[in-house]
Design a protein around this ligand. Structure first.
Ligand SMILES: Cc1cc2nc3c(=O)[nH]c(=O)nc-3n(C[C@H](O)[C@H](O)[C@H](O)COP(=O)(O)O)c2cc1C
Length: 328
């Protein structure tokens, strides 16, 4: 399939694996890229720029296809060494960066001078337009359904994507709630040039996370996520568990007085415990409503091949079949 996104990134299929903390290691990124999509290493999961450089080198060993690095700009005072991470990306010969979180403008000149294409992930039309204005090459439009941080506007993709299509000139992908061929075809119909998946890619054979994480996603329904940290305006969609219930109870009790320190036990440093050790109740971890559509743990290639084959059938048979005079 050829779209503006496949052309921009030099990939076979318009499917991106979004950066995911303690999931987006070289093994997963390479598996997605080898399957014809765009795999992305999560920059900040690597403790130092030197660690990121090693992860990038490992990914080059595992694939000769394009892959990207995610740089998440966090709303915290002691910022990570972003210039150092960017040096690792540039020196590692990575040509695609997914930015997320805050406005990446301050870092764009260095990235662009190195010939890197930028796809900025954001959750609103206004932030998408801003990304376009500051020179991002593409946008990943993340709807309210998404796992991770959906922002504070709560606009689902059925509205957000066509609104983005109305306003944007640069290509964009649909992110949040995407799982299969139906998602891809719907995203294209709503004006996107492809799709970005997070949660779906965790439940794959190559995702280097504990088996219990994959099983939890397969077992979950679309009713099993919760929104946490809303009172702190740092809303995150997570899979419900004992820690999340405790966290929500604190939010209820403390109301607007709540601070980050009050919930530190449930949210700080929990990712390695969950993703690597499989301690499923260790804290709150991002997961999309799309868990309700995930019923198996295929390889990335099986998943992407299935999506592309079923998308072909959907478009040629189901959709064309609705026309009064089907195309020949
Ligand atoms: C476990 C997990 C960790 C994530 N970590 C990050 C991250 O560090 N940076 C980021 O930009 N997005 C992160 N995301 C968001 C994903 O890249 C993607 O935008 C989102 O999962 C899309 O929604 P979906 O899960 O419905 O596919 C994370 C998502 C999940 C599920």
């Amino acid at each position: 399939m050829k779209t503006r996104i496949t052309e921009l990134f030099g990939i076979e299929h318009p499917i991106i694996q979004g950066g995911m903390h303690f999931v987006g290691f070289a093994e997963l990124a390479a598996a997605v890229s080898n399957a014809g999509g765009l795999g992305i290493i999560t920059g900040l999961t690597q403790k130092t720029p030197a660690d990121l450089a090693r992860e990038i080198a490992k990914c080059h060993d595992l694939t000769d296809k394009p892959f990207g690095v995610n740089l998440t700009f966090l709303p915290i005072v002691n910022a990570p060494d972003y210039p150092g991470y960017i040096s690792a990306i540039i020196d590692g010969g990575v040509k695609i960066v997914e930015t997320a979180g805050r406005n990446p403008e301050a870092h764009l000149p260095r990235l662009k001078d190195a010939g890197i294409k930028i796809i900025h992930k954001c959750t609103s039309v206004r932030h998408s337009l801003k990304a376009e204005k500051i020179g991002c090459d593409a946008v990943s439009v993340d709807g309210f359904e998404c796992g991770g941080h959906p922002g504070e506007d709560d606009v689902p993709n059925m509205i957000l994507l066509p609104r983005a299509a109305e306003e944007l000139t640069v290509p964009f992908v649909a992110s949040g709630g995407m799982a299969d061929a139906r998602s891809l075809v719907a995203a294209l119909a709503l004006g996107a040039d492809g799709m970005n998946m997070g949660t779906r890619f965790i439940a794959t054979r190559e995702a280097p996370v504990h088996e219990k994480v994959k099983q939890a996603i397969v077992a979950a329904s679309e009713l099993d996520t919760r929104l946490v940290m809303r009172p702190l305006r740092n809303t995150e969609r997570v899979l419900n568990n004992a820690a999340v219930e405790r966290l929500l109870e604190k939010e209820k009790t403390l109301g607007t007085d709540i601070t980050f320190e009050d919930i530190i036990e449930e949210v700080a440093g929990v990712y390695p415990k969950i993703m690597l050790d499989g301690a499923m109740d260790a804290g709150a971890w991002s997961c999309g409503m799309v868990a309700g559509l995930i019923h198996d743990i295929p390889t990335c290639k099986e998943l992407i091949d299935r999506i592309m084959a079923e998308a072909d059938t959907l478009i040629r048979k189901r959709l064309a079949g609705f026309l009064a005079e089907p195309a020949t």
